[in-house]
Design a protein around this ligand. Structure first.
Ligand code: TYM
Length: 331
């Protein structure tokens, strides 16, 4: 079986530090080890209402942001999902493999639909099946994601397994999630029990990759912590989620372990620690932001990159879909 990476990201708004540390840094690192495909999932975005002009702009901005973060489009394939129709075709076929009971257990639907389940789109309900189709259409074997995608990855494996069993052929490999140990779940700066997210109403809850130095410093200074000093061991962070989150971010930015951060900072207060953390964040994000601004100014270049990516993606999925169609029994 050929090893292949596939992962996706929604085009809504900008990248935040959770996306960056939870997923994108792994994409950038892994693209050198295995053939990689990265997809901007505009079909997933429309499961909730979108303004068409903002969706188009958001798709281009996301492409620019990923390239600015280090996705090398000479090596990896970068494209937007709606450009490759096989995603929707396979999603339909897999809708007939996935079971209602499996989808009923998906926590993301419950979170996103909230109290108005009856008013949610059918697309939002079958969202994870489209996600399975994304990965399986490429017979991808590795899926680098943050911890919040774990349940969707388990479902994807169940769908692949059932399809293979139903048709008595090993068509799809069972994709492995690649979730970073330390940065699997970056939390909100305002509430250590909520993940950092682009849908949080408060911009103070997240660091956006486009934030300038002043707002990064202000957001970290105002980030919620507690009155105690930093402990000397990771176990003592367990009931201090906001403190733990800042330590995790610091560890990831410096590419060191949580224990190494605590060895350096044990006994000190959060004032000095936050100043150092903000400094590291600015150092890390400033070059990305300046590259992003340059790329955003060149829309024809971004469109050309996405078109090239879509061509390369189509070449991979076409034979897979031909195989699936034949196995299912389409004439
Ligand atoms: P999305 O757009 O919500 O997030 C993109 C990636 O960022 C990760 N992530 C986080 N990681 C750590 N801490 C956080 N606070 C945090 N917030 C986001 C996500 O886990 C994800 O890896 N359904 C997917 C997109 C998708 C996809 C796919 C992913 C569509 N098809 C196929 C993998 C494979 C999503 O909405 O990601």
């Amino acid at each position: 079986m050929i090893k292949r990476i596939f992962s996706g990201i929604q085009p809504t708004g900008n990248l935040h530090l959770g996306n960056y540390l939870g997923a994108i840094t792994n994409w950038v690192a892994m693209q050198h080890d295995m053939p990689s495909i990265f997809c901007i999932v505009d079909l997933h975005a429309i499961t909730v209402a979108q303004d068409p002009v903002a969706l188009r702009a958001g798709t281009r901005d996301m492409a620019a942001a990923l390239i600015a973060c280090g996705i090398d489009t000479d090596k990896a394939i970068l494209f937007h999902q709606s450009a490759v129709r096989e995603h929707t075709e396979l999603a339909w076929i897999l809708n007939c493999t996935a079971r209602m009971g499996w989808l009923n257990r998906m926590t993301q639907f419950k979170d996103k639909a909230g109290k108005d389940k009856e008013g949610a789109s059918v697309g939002l309900f079958t969202y994870p099946v489209l996600q399975a189709a994304d990965v399986l259409a490429y017979k991808a074997t590795h899926v680098p994601v943050g911890d919040d995608q774990k349940q969707h990855l388990e479902l994807m494996r169940d769908i692949a397994q059932k399809f293979n069993t139903d048709f008595g052929r090993q068509i799809f490999p069972l994709p492995e999630p690649i979730i970073p140990k330390t940065a699997g779940r970056i939390m909100s700066l305002r509430d250590g029990s909520a993940k950092m997210s682009k849908s949080d109403a408060s911009d103070m809850s997240r660091i956006n990759l486009t934030d300038d130095a002043d707002s990064i410093v202000a957001k970290i200074r105002k980030a919620k912590t507690d009155a105690e000093a930093l402990p000397d061991n990771a176990a003592d962070l367990k009931n201090r989620p906001e403190a733990e989150n800042l330590v995790v971010i610091y560890a990831c930015l410096n590419k060191i372990s949580v224990d190494a951060v605590l060895a350096e900072w044990a006994g000190q207060g959060f004032g000095a620690f936050k100043a150092k953390l903000a400094e590291r964040l600015v150092e890390t994000l400033a070059p990305i932001t300046s590259e992003l601004v340059k790329l955003q100014a060149d829309i024809p270049h971004i469109d050309a990159v996405l078109a090239k990516g879509a061509d390369a993606a189509r070449a991979i999925v076409a034979p897979v879909l031909a195989e699936v169609r034949s196995v299912v029994g389409f004439l």
